[in-house]
Ligand binder design. Structure first.
Ligand code: PEP
Length: 251
């Protein structure tokens, strides 16, 4: 069954002590008022081993924001999927637009990362989305279709384990949000591509999150759309009141 999910992406914010405090505060808030959706926080690598034991894993999943495209060895500064999993983390964001644009992550590199994440029992939250010029040229469908090549080599069984996040790059951290209709149109298109490749059941069961300047005041309408199954949240995941306000949209 398709799940509703709200996932936070902390990016390169919060030192270790601040991150622990944020995770504790969120854990307390959600213990007092149980969410009606799955909740995930994706943190910098160094936070993972400290954050996983302090949150209730039945309520909050923990993930990394990236992992290496290699198994192990002489790759200075990299962190493998196995290392991420060894912290107790269960998720990993892959293909975020910031990784694609600042660190040159290609379709092929991301295909490797997705496979290694799955091999280590991590659930990839795989991000796709177009930049502003592509949207203005009405090329968004072509762009997301090409980006899906990284995950369309998976078996149907493995594809069934991933979460997708549609994140228009022009909406990330800009305060601009796709309209609920724009989000619904492209989510439905993405689901149709999954159905073509893997069949209706796999497509129906795939959670497709929307990401890009989500806040408590705009998510209700977005999440109400039939093909929008939750959100990937950047800035608003850094304050418990805002993140919980988004989670509460499912109440
Ligand atoms: C993100 O980076 O995944 C994101 C959606 O950021 P923001 O919510 O800040 O736009």
């Amino acid at each position: 069954m398709r799940k509703n999910i709200v996932a936070g992406n902390w990016k390169m914010n919060k030192n270790l002590q601040e991150g622990i405090a944020l995770a504790k505060e969120l854990n307390e808030a959600l213990a007092a008022d149980k969410p009606n959706c799955d909740v995930v926080i994706c943190t910098p690598f160094i936070h993972l081993a400290s954050v996983t034991p302090i949150v209730d894993s039945a309520v909050i999943g923990v993930g990394a924001e990236n992992c290496a495209d290699k198994v192990s060895g002489a790759y200075t500064g990299e962190v493998s999927a196995e290392m991420v999993a060894s912290t107790g983390a269960q998720y990993v964001i892959l293909g975020h637009s910031e990784r694609r644009s600042y660190y040159g992550e290609t379709v092929e590199i991301l295909e490797e990362k997705v496979k290694l994440a799955l091999a280590n029992n991590l659930t990839p939250i795989f991000c796709i989305g177009e930049v502003l010029e592509e949207r203005q040229a009405e090329k968004q469908n072509e762009v997301v279709a090409a980006q899906l090549a990284s995950v369309f080599t998976l078996s149907a069984e493995d594809f069934g384990k991933i979460i997708l996040a549609y994140e228009p790059v022009w909406a990330i951290g800009t305060g601009l949000t796709a309209t609920p209709e724009q989000a619904q149109d492209i989510h439905a298109y993405i689901r149709s591509l999954i159905a073509e490749k893997y069949g209706n059941e796999v497509a129906d069961n795939c959670s497709i999150l929307y990401g890009g300047s989500c806040k408590p005041s705009n998510v209700k309408e977005l999440f109400a759309k039939p093909d929008v199954d939750g959100g990937l949240i950047g800035g608003a995941a850094l304050k418990v009141a805002d993140f919980k306000g988004i989670i509460d949209a499912f109440k």
